[in-house]
Design a protein. Structure first.
Lengths: 459, 342
């Protein structure tokens, strides 16, 4: 196998594995802020117990996110050296901002969040929770800005020629607010909120089915459900604006999403299908006629640029992009349906007796995970053959000093160590869930106790 | 080479500061890890791990940020070194992951074999990380085969030679000393008595390594001391380094462990400053032709990027320092094991 293929497999594998964890941390972070906020407001110890339990899960996902995240930073240099030389000047500021504003914030306050219960006041602890949550979202900001620049480059000019060419920044804010940044960031973030909230829903539903920790589970479920309802509906909005953005900025990608070949035709929107790339047909397809034209242009009769308008070597693999995109959309709608169904039965007061629905919620944790992965696959593969849209081809972005056997070596090692990591993650997650919330966490913290004793003595 | 006060030089210094921050902070937790297996008894080992429990993660962020800053400020250095040292850096990544996992998972089960296995993983990976970083620094001193296209033209095994291995071992000894002194601050009673003997032994270990490496550098790489011939006042740094090392046993003897830790931190900073001065204005020296050296000018990003990043650093660094100091302040004092501990 070629260095290019091996490096692409390795990058796809390591980034996909990494991306299991940060969305969970981001989503759980928001839930922690809500739970601890409720604790501060109501002083009801059940909220402290909830916060402490979910902090333990959060710490686990965070640790795996950090461990697999360092790999990503190294891999730009190890496997994609030419790309690094090309984009270093542009990515530089985004990466520097990520390190200084986000990583230090997260990891510093994480120490207080996990270990600081008895060392700082409840308000200070809540502030730390807030900062960890903010930090986790800030890291998403900068990395999505950098990735969006690869989709829709802006605020740069090209210096040098041939192998010495590279992009240099001309306008920092244009780079940050490039045409796709905002919609892609909001889409990514609400995807992350979904994966965190559905983990909470899943674990809570599991406890309810087992009749364990009922009070804890009902309250956790409600926090999870409120995030899920907001995020799944918000996802519809951001998903739509992302698709409209792609139609303007990356027409080849949009055409691949919907397998639209002929530029003179109005475009249908498929619900599903199987693309025959040779015959330029969609088999077994069910579609809403002309609806893509309507979504993009607000008019059912305006044609949309099709794949045939591009050179053969400038379009992505159509069926792969089509399938990943449509599966993501389908899951997105399923999540909306599930969240609203949960809300409906909660309103009717029968939700926690509906065993079948709780069973679905237990399994639903996998849905946002799958949608996140599929969405990124369609976004990244949909940009091919470019690594930076229109500027640098993936095949030109490799490390010249690296040989195939070196990549095979690292790929094998990654496979082994990541398999081990996944087993350990699931094992420990299961362990924590089986163990459940601690009775001891219902008791006020050491700090609170001291304060109570102190105020008694004052009287 | 004269010092030019421009953005390129500022970024050379700033990356140096980030890596020094990393060496001082992650240095002690790598040191604690390297010494871990010498401690006997499960409770005692938990005390060791929990002494670094709340901070090791944050310490590693200095490496991530240092790497990011290198990518940003000197993309050619980042690209050449990371792709050139491919296999070495992959091994480094694996041990970094392994160590993180070992810390997280060690105390999650009570089985003897489980804990022994993770203890070994934690300690061996800590030693390997320190060693590999030392070898990397060694290669920066010796220079590596870099061609006219700025690409690395050597092999993995070519990176390993007696001198680079020596720098690797010196780094391990330095972090062990630093970690032992840190443990003096964080432990008490029986554990502290054990750590006290470690401190003495590791100081001796470090001084022997330090003297041999310095002599080897003076003999084989005299260009590293060229700036000191033209600017004799730079010898103050070397002198400060000696004084800092000498102050460590004195402070420990007087029971001033924090002062001993500061001295050890100062000696790390002085060592890296000596290294940086010897290197400036080059970052990666080519053994093929001095014309192919990657220096702070031919390997850097544009002036615009260096300027933007400098502004970001000016805004961000005060925050970083504030919360780094706050975290260490909140978790000051001797280690206590509780329900949230590792």
């Amino acid at each position: 196998m070629s260095v290019e293929l091996l490096s692409r497999i390795q990058f796809a594998f390591t980034i996909a594995f990494h991306y299991i964890y940060p969305p969970l941390s981001i989503g759980l972070g928001v839930a922690l802020v809500i739970m601890e906020g409720l604790y501060l407001k109501t002083k009801n110890p059940i909220f402290q117990q909830m916060t402490k339990f979910w902090v333990r899960i959060f710490a686990l996902t965070f640790a795996l996110g950090v461990a697999t995240g360092i790999v990503m930073e190294f891999e730009f240099g190890t496997n994609w050296a030419t790309y690094s030389r090309y984009v270093g000047d542009v990515f530089g500021s985004a990466l520097a901002a990520e390190g200084i504003f986000a990583f230090f914030l997260e990891s510093g306050f994480l120490a207080v969040l996990v270990f600081g219960w008895n060392k700082v006041s409840p308000r200070m602890h809540f502030f730390s929770t807030l900062m960890v949550s903010l930090g986790s979202m800030l890291s998403a900001v900068w990395i999505v800005v950098a990735n969006s620049w690869q989709q829709t480059p802006a605020g740069y000019h090209i210096v040098g020629e041939g192998i010495n060419a590279r992009a240099e920044i001309t306008d920092f804010w244009q780079m940050v607010f490039n045409p796709s940044s905002v919609e892609r960031l909001s889409h990514t973030l609400s995807g992350a909120w979904l994966s965190g909230s559905f983990l909470i829903l899943s674990v809570s539903a599991f406890y309810l089915l087992k009749n364990k920790h009922t009070d804890f589970a009902i309250r956790s479920f409600k926090v999870g459900l409120s995030i899920a309802i907001f995020a799944s509906l918000f996802q519809l909005v951001t998903g739509h604006s992302s698709a409209v953005g792609v139609s303007k900025n990356q027409p080849a990608k949009l055409a691949a999403y919907e397998a639209h070949f002929d530029s003179n035709k109005v475009a249908d929107m498929y619900l599903f299908g199987w693309v025959n790339e040779k015959n330029q047909k969609v088999n077994f397809g069910v579609s809403i006629p002309n609806f893509l034209s309507y979504l993009v242009h607000g008019d059912f009769n305006t044609p949309i640029k099709g794949l045939n308008a591009f050179k053969k070597d400038e379009i992505p693999p159509v069926n792969f992009v089509f399938q990943t995109y449509h599966l993501m959309v389908a899951i997105g709608f399923a999540l909306i349906g599930l969240s609203l169904l949960g809300l409906f039965y909660l309103w009717r007061g029968t939700l926690f007796q509906k065993k079948w629905l709780l069973k679905i919620f237990v399994l639903s944790v996998l849905l946002p995970q799958a949608a996140n992965q599929l969405g990124w696959f369609s976004a990244e593969v949909g940009r091919q053959p470019w690594i930076v849209q229109g500027l640098l081809r993936t095949s030109d972005a490799l490390s010249k000093a690296v040989e195939a056997n070196q990549v095979i070596f690292s790929l094998v090692l990654f496979s082994i160590i990541y398999a081990l990591l996944l087993v350990l993650f699931l094992y420990l997650l299961n362990e924590k869930i089986q163990h459940g919330p601690l009775e001891a966490d219902l008791v006020a913290s050491e700090y609170e106790k001291q304060k109570m004793i102190f105020s008694k003595n004052q009287k | 080479m004269e010092f030019n006060f421009d953005l390129n030089s500022i970024w050379f210094i700033l990356i140096g500061v980030l890596l020094t921050g990393y060496a001082i902070l992650d240095g002690f937790d790598l040191g604690v890890g390297s010494l871990h297996l010498f401690m006997k008894g499960d409770t005692n080992r938990r005390i060791l791990i929990n002494s670094i429990g709340p901070v090791w993660d944050g310490n590693e962020v200095w490496l991530v940020t240092g790497g990011g800053a290198l990518f940003a400020a000197f993309p050619h250095v980042y690209a050449t070194v990371f792709s050139g040292f491919y296999t070495a850096f992959m091994i480094l990544l694996f041990v970094l992951i392994f160590r993180a996992v070992a810390i997280e998972f060690r105390s999650k089960q009570t089985m003897q074999w489980w804990r022994t296995a993770w203890d070994t993983a934690f300690s061996v990976s800590s030693i390997l990380i320190a060693f590999l970083m030392g070898v990397a620094i060694g290669n920066i001193i010796t220079g590596i085969p870099v061609g006219s296209d700025k690409e690395f033209a050597g092999t993995f095994l070519g990176l390993i030679n007696p001198f680079t291995v020596m720098v690797g071992i010196t780094t391990v000894s330095l972090f062990m000393m630093h970690g032992a002194i840190y443990l003096m601050m964080k432990t008490e009673g029986e554990v502290q008595t054990i750590v006290r003997t470690w401190t003495n032994n590791t100081i001796i270990f470090f001084v022997i390594c330090y003297i041999s490496t310095t002599m080897a550098t003076l003999i084989y790489f005299p260009e590293m001391v060229q700036p000191f011939k033209t600017h004799p006042w730079l010898f103050i740094l070397a002198l400060l380094n000696m004084l800092a090392v000498a102050n460590i046993p004195r402070s420990i003897h007087l029971g001033k462990e924090f002062k001993a830790f500061l001295s050890s931190a100062a000696s790390i900073a002085a060592l890296l400053a000596l290294f940086a001065i010897g290197l400036y204005p080059n970052i990666v020296k080519s053994t093929i032709d001095p014309a192919y050296h990657l220096n702070i000018y031919n390997a850097s990003s544009s002036q615009e990027t260096l300027k933007i990043m400098f502004i970001i650093a000016l805004i961000g660094v005060p925050f970083v320092l504030t919360y780094t100091v706050s975290i260490y302040w909140i978790f000051r004092g001797k280690v206590k094991i509780d329900s949230m501990s590792y």
